[in-house]
Design a protein around this ligand. Structure first.
Ligand code: ACM
Ligand code: ZN
Length: 602
């Protein structure tokens, strides 16, 4: 019996099933992502023309308004005129100090648009809202055919959480500057405000450091192993030819940071330590424990063995090196924070290293954990002496850092956050199962980008609620916000990065910005359907995995129960059992059925 069932499972194939969108479930005419806090739609439209005048009272908003006007010049061939220091215009941008930071009011009638905010950020968000209310062609290539209209509406909007972040791992797969700028623009459109750049890891060092040129000359390169079976993707051997992996020059970073700042985004650098430091130690192996006698090379991006090698805590040169690096990084990034990693420190050579053992004795700390605490506290103290604060993965809770350190809960279920909150640390949540964007987005046989086997669908992301029910009020007060983390170990080309990021980034935005009582999965999908055109115009191909059909086949009283599923409630699943390709007239899937003999299901 078991044998027969297995054979039948092997033969069942589910291929593409035709789908049709069902009726619109809710008024989606606003088409805004993330969904605003409150709004009232009126009758009629306001039209932007070459005669439109944008009056700005406060000169501080000029840059964000100029960026908005530039969208018009690129897409429409005309540019609304900016009138500074004026109250009179068709679009009036007013300073209203009664509104909290990041809040904005947007009033559109057929004659006039009024934006009110207390800060530039609020104005920026109001302009992003207008951008989304305009036809998608505002993203480029509109020409003379488009009516540049927005609906009459009044919107009062505010974010739910202050930290609305995205981490991109540019270490494992290097993301070129132009691509990163486009990601920053897409974040801005979605009102996400923090870009955490994971700049260094075992697989690559991606930031030019003037005092240590080998970090990029050696640390950005690794052996080419893509295309091989995983067991063959071994670490570099001494003398093997290395492939350029890419890095940002300091000039690139200044451009990225300025681009982000002009769009009211903050860029937070991460320099991983004391582990995830293989690329740095490939360049400067004398900073590893002296008992490490094997060749250290940056680990191939796709595969290879992660090493347990870490900076030697007993070697004073390590601290000089890292402090000099921190100095250069702080000069490049104006963020109040620098992320120092601090995760996954275990099985290091420290316990057997004479220098590390000497450090333990001198500092009266015990074992690996004690050394880790010493190391992180020393770096924390250095960063504080420079007027900045440390961020770290949740493992830094073992290091007893100063109160100002911000902790990233990544294991999930809020346990790391609880530890952090109890000790008075602010924290950010980015749980692996919900906010890591390297999982499959649907049935994995359809997914073009590999993963570890975990699945994190758009719906799974959308349904994430960052505040755990069991948290006390005091705990909740330490939650700064939420972050999606895009690890890129399985990315091989720029399209893979976009595939993992979009559309899940839109779901992250709605978690971070929109009140949980206002979230609606069906409305989100409808809005997203139109919104995706904006990404496509920008040259992004978002994943369509949300349309893919999954199947479950389970033994059932001598047969097999077959059920089909899709995370979209608004699609029809049609299938055939005669081997023909299903079309719109094929059987409509309504409920699971029992298969008693070999059958090909498409
Ligand atoms: C992590 O995923 N190791 C932070
Ligand atoms: Zn050591």
């Amino acid at each position: 019996m078991i044998k027969r069932l297995c054979i039948v499972i092997g033969i069942i194939q589910i291929s593409f099933l035709s789908m049709l969108k069902a009726q619109v479930v809710e008024n989606t005419s606003l088409g805004l992502l993330p969904w605003p806090a409150s709004f009232v739609v009126g009758e009629g439209n306001f039209t932007f023309t070459e005669k439109t005048v944008i009056a700005i009272e406060d000169k501080a908003v000029r840059t964000v308004v100029e960026d908005f006007v530039e969208l018009f010049s690129k897409a429409s061939g005309f540019a609304p005129r900016i009138k500074a220091g004026s109250k009179k215009g068709d679009v009036c941008i007013r300073k209203d100090d009664t509104l909290p930071a990041e809040h904005y009011l947007l009033e559109v009638n057929s004659e006039k648009v009024i934006i009110k905010a207390s800060e530039v950020k609020g104005v920026f968000y109001a302009l992003q809202t207008i951008r989304q209310l305009l036809p998608p062609e505002i993203e480029g290539g509109g020409g003379g055919q488009v009516a540049w209209m927005i609906p009459v509406v009044t919107i009062a909007d505010e974010p739910r959480l202050g930290y609305r972040g995205l981490m991109v791992d540019v270490a494992r797969y290097f993301i070129a500057k132009e691509h990163l700028l486009r990601i920053i623009d897409c974040m801005g459109m979605l009102k996400l405000n923090k870009l955490h750049l994971h700049l260094t890891d075992d697989n690559g060092w991606r930031l030019e450091i003037k005092q240590y040129p080998l970090l990029t000359q050696i640390g950005s390169k690794t052996v080419q192993r893509a295309g091989l079976n995983f067991p063959e993707r071994r670490n570099a051997r001494q003398g093997e030819p290395l492939m350029e992996g890419g890095f940002y020059t300091q000039e690139d970073i200044r451009e990225i940071v300025a681009y982000a700042a002009s769009r009211q985004r903050e860029v937070i650098p991460e320099i991983a330590m004391p582990r995830h430091s293989n690329a740095a130690l490939a360049a400067y192996p004398m900073l590893a424990c002296p008992i490490v006698d094997k060749y250290i090379g940056a680990v191939p991006g796709l595969g290879g063995n992660l090493t347990q090698i870490a900076y030697c805590v007993g070697n004073e040169d390590v601290f000089t090196f890292l402090q000099n690096i921190v100095d250069e990084v702080l000069a490049l990034f104006p963020s109040p924070y620098i992320h120092l990693g601090g995760d996954a420190v275990h099985d290091t050579p420290w316990q057997n290293c004479p220098l590390c053992k000497e450090r333990m004795r001198k500092e009266d700390v015990d074992g690996e954990k004690g050394l880790f605490g010493y190391f992180m506290r020393r770096m924390d103290s250095y960063v504080r002496s420079k007027g900045r604060k440390v961020m770290g993965w949740e493992e830094v809770m073992d290091a007893n850092l100063s109160r100002g350190a911000v902790v990233f809960d990544w294991h999930g279920y809020g346990h790391g956050a609880v530890k952090a909150g109890k000790h008075g640390h602010d924290f950010i949540v980015t749980p692996t199962g919900k906010m890591y964007l390297n999982g499959y987005q649907g049935p994995q046989w359809h997914e073009p980008v590999l993963s570890f086997g975990v699945t994190n669908t758009l719906k799974n992301v959308y349904d994430y609620e960052p505040i755990e029910r069991y948290w006390t009020m005091s705990m909740r007060s330490h939650l700064l916000g939420v972050q999606a983390s895009l690890w890129t170990e399985f990315c091989e080309k720029p399209e893979d990065v976009d595939f993992l990021l979009f559309p899940r980034l839109a779901a992250v935005a709605e978690i971070a910005w929109t009140s949980p009582t206002e979230k609606r999965w069906d409305r989100f999908l409808m809005t997203l359907d139109d919104y995706q055109e904006r990404w496509r115009i920008k040259g992004i191909q978002p994943s369509l995995s949300m349309y893919n059909v999954g199947h479950e086949v389970t033994p059932n009283f001598g047969g097999l129960k077959v059920s089909l599923n899709c995370i979209r409630p608004d699609v029809e699943i049609r299938y055939t059992v005669d081997g023909t390709e299903p079309n719109r007239y094929a059987s409509l899937y309504r409920r699971p059925w029992i298969v008693k003999k070999t059958q090909v299901i498409k």
